[in-house]
Design a protein around this ligand. Structure first.
Ligand code: AHZ
Length: 324
């Protein structure tokens, strides 16, 4: 009687199967890897290939139409909708972390599955992400499937540039109108490691990404639309709620609402309701959990529908701004 183990069985099947097909099948003949070679390269070529592109991007996006601060689930959802609908707009994503995605690599705590309450599942359909339908809500088998898919689609757009490991340290503002009103005009950036260690080094001055809509002399160019900032930096933390905290010292009429306790039903609707343009400062928009800090909404915990939907709502308002 045969006592073949599972490992032995799969080896036997492999040996008796047709030749293994993979991307390098035509290069590696007869499974002989002993003479395998890569195409030649110089070390300096690698350096130049990276740095020349990065500096071209810095140059191109020094003036951007849309600056999205924070590439979590809300920021990425918004970037996807804006870039898809307006390939002519330059969309600049600034993310303080090395890895974009924010809190959306896991569902909640260290659990993998991501929950989205309907009708947010329609966004998953748009992205082509499969899910289990549980009636009022759907489940993506791993939150990383959502995050990696939306991220890869956003990065494929030719009009999007992600500057990761780059923190927004401040907002650029300019007077707007006669009543003391201000408009955002860009963001002040720095390498995140520098931002985290400002007290250890001197002369680590920041860089600036400016919004479109100005002439070379800095005056407003009324023949073009003014660019916008969408802030999606999440709830309060070392970096989070960045623009919400900054805006209350710019807009004297505003006090930070402060995120309230967890209430899933109220939180998600609240964040979506308040997402979009911020009335106190021109050309400033918010989405995601930063809205809860700004306006005092509840938190929802690990249900991500409002992150996608608030991003979509803010994106729609931004698209209307550029269409008007
Ligand atoms: O690294 C941050 C993260 O990737 C980034 N960020 C924060 N401050 C920044 C700054 N410059 C550049 N000054 C900055 N980047 O912003 C991203 C925010 O992502 P997130 O996942 O924290 O926020 P979100 O609003 O997209 O999603 C929130 C998800 C949550 S939290 C929550 C709860 O606590 O109840 N529930 C949900 C669904």
């Amino acid at each position: 009687m045969s006592t073949t183990t599972q490992t032995e069985t799969s080896q036997l099947q492999l040996n008796s199967a047709a030749p293994i097909q993979h991307a390098l099948s035509d290069v590696v003949k007869n499974e002989d890897w002993s003479d395998f070679k890569f195409a030649p390269i110089r070390e300096s070529t690698v350096s130049r290939a990276m740095t020349s592109r990065y500096f071209q991007d810095l140059d191109k996006y020094a003036v951007s139409d849309v600056i999205i601060v924070g590439a979590g689930s809300a920021g990425l959802s918004a970037a996807y909708v804006i870039a898809k609908n307006r390939p002519d707009l330059k969309v600049c994503l600034v993310e303080s972390n090395v890895s974009p995605g924010g809190g959306a690599w896991l569902g909640g705590q260290l659990f993998s599955a991501m929950i989205m309450r309907k009708p947010a599942h329609l966004f998953l359909q748009d992205l082509g992400i499969s899910y289990e339908d549980e009636g009022d809500y759907v489940v993506v088998k791993h939150a990383a499937l959502f995050t990696s898919t939306v991220l890869s689609k956003v990065l494929e757009f030719p009009n999007v540039k992600l500057f990761n490991a780059t923190a927004v340290e401040d907002l650029v503002t300019r007077p707007a109108g006669q009543n003391g009103q201000v408009s955002v005009a860009g963001v002040v950036t720095n390498w995140t490691l520098v931002t985290m260690a400002h007290d250890l080094q001197s002369c680590m001055d920041p860089n600036v990404i400016e919004l479109s809509g100005y002439k070379d002399d800095g005056e407003r160019d009324h023949s073009t639309k003014h660019g916008v900032i969408l802030s999606t930096t999440g709830h309060d933390g070392p970096f989070g709620a960045f623009s919400a905290k900054r805006i209350v010292s710019i807009d004297k009429n505003k006090q930070l609402g402060g995120m309230k306790g967890l209430d899933m039903n109220n939180a998600e609707a609240g964040v979506v309701k308040h997402a979009g343009s911020y009335s106190g400062v021109e050309n400033m928009y918010f989405a995601g959990m930063e809205v809860a800090e700004l306006e005092g909404c509840n938190r929802m915990g690990p249900t991500f529908g409002a992150m996608a939907v608030s991003g979509i709502k803010a994106a729609e308002e931004i698209l209307k701004h550029f269409a008007a």
